[in-house]
Design a protein around this ligand. Structure first.
Ligand SMILES: [Zn+2]
Length: 70
């Protein structure tokens, strides 16, 4: 199996979930799950995941979502 990085924090993926072939690590997954659906945080991560999947598919580029500050 190919090694994956978390698409949100970019750490090597040891466990977690996969969305459309993109990995999200356990801690980011938990942050997502615990985040309120109405919050910026949730919207940001949702958007980030979407962009990551889309950009990767279109350009073969990786993007990161580390610039988000709570
Ligand atoms: Zn992560």
């Amino acid at each position: 199996m190919k090694k994956q990085d978390c698409i949100i924090c970019r750490k090597p993926l040891k466990d977690g979930i996969m969305i459309n072939g993109r990995g999200i690590c356990r801690s980011c997954e938990e942050r997502l799950i615990n985040a309120d659906v109405d919050t910026d945080f949730y919207e940001y991560y949702k958007d980030c995941i979407k962009r990551s999947i889309t950009q990767n598919a279109l350009k073969g580029e990786e993007i990161t979502c580390q610039n988000y500050h709570l």
